[in-house]
Structures are given as structure tokens and as C-alpha cells.
Design a protein around this ligand. Structure first.
Ligand code: C5P
Length: 313
């Protein structure tokens, strides 16, 4: 299978960040992964990937934008691993590519930036190499790369079970206005899970039905009230300022506040752009916050923008 013959010479894909509306954490299995019951929502904060063909066996990645300097670009990078995995799965023997990723999703922020990039690479390289993999194969490969990767292919709003990698999309109503407070320093996901293990006596993860009902109704205030993250206490123990960050957003009128994933980004929900901007103003002047971003959800998953996706752009 040739990488030059079939299609485009440059493929562009954009991929959203995620927030967990519920992150219910159970016990760890033998491999150290925890059983999760989670509700993901994809947000309008996108990384943009450009992929071009390269000589066979050459897989290179470069990052631009915020936090780019902190990311490894060797073979350990999840984007490179994603490209190699797809090539070997599909038997694209002469595969090679150069990937450039413009970062907007905060690095080490609990918004699945690395996983998003891996999802984008799967979609883009599949396009570049003439679509050798079907959608279900991409989902399987995504799950091999990381627990959050399958959701970033799907986007929208979805329930995640297992390690968070078994995805069931759900219908929601309404538009969710998010304000995201970025922290000065990142948090490593494994260290937050380790702290969780130290603090908690885990039970089977159960997603609150009230949250699912509120999403189905488009009751944004009730969604705000029912946001839940079992990793919050662990993240706040490792970064105590997060407790103040959450309180400042609530005091400024957010309908709900939650640590995003394993943190340290904090996510605040509003029902309008106007209310969200009041929350953003209050957070922007707090010294514990490095930067503030606004986003809406839900939006489509990783896509080229050629109609193979759903949701708003
Ligand atoms: O799958 P991914 O590489 O994104 O996960 C990063 C880390 O998060 C894992 O190494 C593990 O420590 C933790 N994790 C977990 N249970 C999950 C998902 C992730 O403990 N279900």
C-alpha cells in the first residue's frame, strides 16, 4: 500500500479537549488501572494537527504554541506511537510522516491533550494512507494508546466505562458554557491516581442518575449541581490552591465547578456566555490561576472537517 498514491499530501485534523462531568473512580486492577464510570464532554478548545508524508520509517512530531517546549518529541510521544501503531496494524510498510501539532489544550492539564493528539494522528494518518483502517479498528487502536483516546475520536457527550475507554455516546440538550482556569504547574495523572488510592476506600463507580437526567433535559443548572470528580480531593491535596480556585468561580456565579480529570485545570459551568465571562473575570485576577480559557460543549471529535463528524465547529 503506497502512501503517495491514494489521496491528499497534507492532512489537517483538529481535535477537542475534554472535561469529565462525572469522574467516578473504583478500585485499581492488576495493571494499576482503575475502573471508571465517567461522563465526557468534548469542548471547543482544539489542538490542530498537520500531517505530511515522509520517507519510509521516518516518524517525526513537532509542537507549536502553548507548552510546546515541555513535550517530548522522541518515539515515546503518544503522537508518534499512534502513527507507528496504525502503520503496523494496517501493514503500511512504506509509511512515514511528519506531524506538526499546534497546542491549545493545556499540557498536563487534565483535559486529555496528549490523548487528543493521538486521536488526531489516527484520523489524519488513516486519511493520508488512503483509509486502510475502518472506524472500529481506529477505536481499538485508540484504546491501546490510552484510556481517553477513544472518546476523543467520538466527541460529543459520552459515558465511559471500563478504564474510561468503553464509550457510549449520549444525547444531550442545550449548550454548556465553560470557563477553564489553567494552573501554573501541571499534575501527573498517575500521581493523582496514587494519591486517590492513599486517601480513598474505593467502591464500584456509579454515575449519578441526576446528572444523566439533567443532561437529557438540558437543565444546565442541575448539571452544574451534579458535577462530580472522585479525583478532586487527591488533586487538591497535591495542589492546595485548587480549592481556592474552585471557590472563586462559584462565588462569581458559576452553576458548578469541578477539577477537570486528574487536574489541575478547573472547569466552571455557566448557562450563557455573559455569565461565563463574569466567572472568567473573577478567576483571571487570582494569582493561583495562570490563564483562563472559554469554551462551549459539546463539539465533535477528531475530524478533518470533511463531513465525517458531528456537532458544532
Ligand atoms: O491510559 P492513560 O495513559 O491515559 O492513563 C494515564 C495514567 O492514568 C495511567 O498510567 C494510570 O496511572 C492512570 N489511570 C488509571 N485508571 C484509568 C485511567 C488512567 O489509573 N482508568
Amino acid at each position: 500500500m503506497g502512501y503517495v498514491s491514494d489521496v491528499a499530501q497534507v492532512v489537517r485534523v483538529r481535535v477537542p479537549a475534554k472535561v469529565n462531568l462525572a469522574l467516578c473512580v473504583g478500585a485499581a486492577d492488576d495493571t494499576g488501572y482503575h475502573e471508571l464510570g465517567t461522563v465526557f464532554q468534548a469542548l471547543s478548545l482544539w489542538d490542530e494537527l498537520t500531517v505530511e508524508p515522509a520517507a519510509p520509517g521516518v516518524f517525526r512530531v513537532a509542537f507549536r504554541g502553548e507548552g510546546a517546549a515541555f513535550l517530548p518529541t522522541d518515539d515515546t510521544n503518544l503522537a508518534v506511537r499512534a502513527a507507528r501503531l496504525l502503520a503496523s496494524h494496517c501493514g503500511v510498510t512504506d509509511a512515514g510522516c511528519v506531524m506538526v501539532i499546534r497546542k491549545r489544550i493545556p499540557v498536563a492539564g487534565g483535559m486529555a491533550g496528549g490523548s487528543a493528539d493521538a486521536a488526531a494522528v489516527l484520523v489524519a494518518c488513516n486519511e493520508l494512507w488512503g483509509r486502510p483502517a475502518r472506524a472500529h479498528e481506529l477505536r481499538d487502536l485508540a484504546a491501546q494508546l490510552g484510556a481517553d483516546v477513544p472518546f476523543l475520536l467520538t466527541g460529543g457527550t459520552a459515558i465511559g466505562t471500563g478504564r474510561g475507554d468503553i464509550i457510549a455516546p449520549i444525547e444531550t440538550r442545550g449548550t454548556y458554557h465553560w470557563t477553564l482556569a489553567l494552573s501554573h504547574t501541571g499534575l501527573s495523572t498517575p500521581s493523582v491516581f496514587r494519591e486517590f488510592d492513599r486517601l480513598a476506600e474505593p467502591s464500584a463507580p456509579v454515575i449519578p442518575q441526576d446528572l444523566l437526567d439533567a443532561l437529557a433535559e438540558g437543565n444546565v443548572a442541575e448539571v452544574g449541581r451534579t458535577l462530580v470528580n472522585d479525583l478532586s480531593d487527591a488533586a487538591i491535596r497535591l495542589q492546595p490552591t485548587l480549592g481556592s480556585t474552585l471557590q472563586i468561580g462559584i462565588d462569581a456565579g458559576a452553576l458548578g465547578a469541578v477539577v477537570s480529570g486528574s487536574g489541575p485545570t478547573c472547569a466552571f459551568l455557566s448557562d450563557s456566555a455573559e455569565s461565563a465571562s463574569l466567572v472568567a473575570e473573577a478567576l483571571a485576577v487570582f494569582s493561583g490561576v495562570r490563564a483562563v480559557r472559554s469554551a462551549i460543549g459539546p463539539v465533535a471529535g477528531a475530524g478533518t472537517g470533511t463531513g465525517d463528524e458531528h456537532g458544532s465547529r
